[in-house]
Design a protein. Structure first.
Length: 326
C-alpha cells in the first residue's frame, strides 16, 4: 500500500523540530474546517442557488454574493471556536471581528472567497489568509501587522482541492486533497528558473496603467506566455509552478477619471501581503506601485489597497527599478 504524509503530520513534526507549541496546529485545523465547508457550498452552489447576489454591498461598495456571506460566516465560526484568535480582519466585514482578546494568540487576516467574477461560473476562487502572532514578550497593542511580521500565509484554491502554505523561514509548501478530504503530500515549491514564464494581468486595463508600466509591458510581453483567470489565488497558484509575474497595477489613466484606482485594487492585508509572503518563501519577490517591497508596507487601515507586482525575482526586480525611478 502507498501512504501519503498528511498536513497534520507534517506540521506536527515542524512544530516539534522548532520547539513550538501546538496552538498553530489548532488554528490550522480551524482554517481547514472552514475551507472544506466553503468548498462543499461552492461545489453544490449552482444547484442550491447559492452563486448569485445577496442584495447588499460590502465596505468597499461592491455587490456581495450569497457565497461571500456563506464563506464569511463559516470562517468566523471556526476561527472563533478555535479559541486561538484575538481578532480577525475579513474582506466582508467593515469592523475588526473581535474573538478572544484575553487568551487568543493570533491575528488572522482573510478573504474567504476571492475572485468574485468567477463565482457565477463555478470557476476557481481563493480562500486566502495571513497570520500574525501576539507579542509574547511584552504588552500586546493589537496594531495591524505588516507582511514581514506574518508568521504564515496561505491559500486554498476552491474547488480544486489544492492548498499552499508559507511558513516563516521554512518555505512555501503545496498540498493536495485526498479521497478522504485530507490535505496530503507536502511538496516544497520554488519559482522555477526562466523557461516558460508567464505574465498574468487584466489586459483590458493596460491603457489605464501608468505610462512607464505600459512601456515595460510593450517591451517585455512578447517574451512570455499570457494567462489570466481573474482570481488572484488561482492565477498565483499557477505562477508558483511556471514562474513569471502577476500584476495588478494602479489604474491612473482611465477615460472616466472616477474609475481610476491610484492606490490599486487588491487589499494589502489579506490579498497582496498574503501573496508577497508566499513569494518570499518560494524565492520570489513582490512590490507595490512605487517599487517598494509589499512586505515592508505598514498598514494604516485594515482594508487598505495596494498595487501588486509579484512573482519571479528577476522580473519583479526589473519592474521595481522602473517603478521606483522618477
Ligand atoms: P474581489 O475581492 O472582489 O474578488 O477582487 C479581487 C480579485 C482578484 O482575485 C483578482 O486578481 C482581481 O480581483 C480581478 O480583477 P479584475 O476583474 O479587475 O481583473
Ligand atoms: Mg477579494
Amino acid at each position: 500500500m502507498r501512504f501519503e504524509q498528511t498536513f497534520t503530520n507534517f506540521l506536527l513534526h515542524h512544530q516539534e523540530e522548532h520547539n513550538r507549541t501546538y496552538n498553530f496546529l489548532i488554528l490550522m485545523d480551524a482554517l481547514f474546517s472552514a475551507a472544506k465547508h466553503i468548498e462543499h457550498y461552492y461545489l453544490t452552489g449552482a444547484l442550491q442557488g447559492n452563486l448569485g447576489l445577496a442584495d447588499t454591498v460590502n465596505v468597499h461598495g461592491e455587490d456581495v454574493l450569497r457565497m461571500d456571506q456563506i464563506a464569511e460566516e463559516i470562517t468566523n465560526h471556526y476561527l472563533r471556536t478555535s479559541g486561538r484568535v484575538i481578532y480577525a480582519i475579513s474582506e466582508e466585514s467593515d469592523e475588526i471581528v473581535q474573538m478572544n482578546k484575553e487568551n487568543g494568540r493570533y491575528f488572522v487576516y482573510f478573504d474567504p472567497l476571492d475572485g468574485s467574477s468567477n463565482v457565477p461560473h463555478s470557476l476557481p476562487v481563493g480562500f486566502m489568509f495571513g497570520i500574525a502572532k501576539r507579542n509574547l514578550e511584552g504588552v500586546e497593542d493589537e496594531h495591524l501587522r505588516a507582511g514581514k511580521d506574518y508568521v504564515a500565509s496561505g491559500m486554498f484554491v476552491i474547488p480544486t482541492g489544492t492548498f499552499t502554505l508559507a511558513l516563516k523561514d521554512a518555505g512555501t509548501w503545496r498540498f493536495h486533497m485526498d479521497e478522504t478530504m485530507e490535505f496530503v503530500r507536502p511538496t516544497r515549491v520554488f519559482f522555477p528558473e526562466e523557461a516558460e514564464w508567464e505574465l498574468s494581468f487584466n489586459s483590458a486595463n493596460r491603457y489605464t496603467f501608468a505610462e512607464k508600466v505600459q512601456n515595460w509591458i510593450q517591451k517585455n510581453e512578447r517574451k512570455y506566455a499570457f494567462r489570466y483567470l481573474g482570481s488572484l489565488a488561482a492565477d498565483f497558484h499557477r505562477l508558483l509552478s511556471t514562474g513569471g509575474m502577476f500584476m495588478y497595477p494602479a489604474i491612473v489613466n482611465h477615460p472616466d477619471p472616477r474609475k481610476n484606482r491610484p492606490e490599486g485594487k487588491l487589499r494589502l492585508m489579506y490579498e497582496a501581503a498574503v501573496v508577497a509572503f508566499m513569494c518570499q518563501e518560494a524565492g520570489g519577490a513582490a512590490v507595490d506601485e512605487m517599487g517598494r517591497p509589499i512586505l515592508d508596507i505598514q498598514p494604516n487601515d485594515p482594508h487598505q489597497r495596494s498595487a501588486l507586482y509579484a512573482g519571479s525575482k528577476p522580473l519583479v526586480d526589473d519592474i521595481a527599478r522602473v517603478l521606483s525611478s522618477g
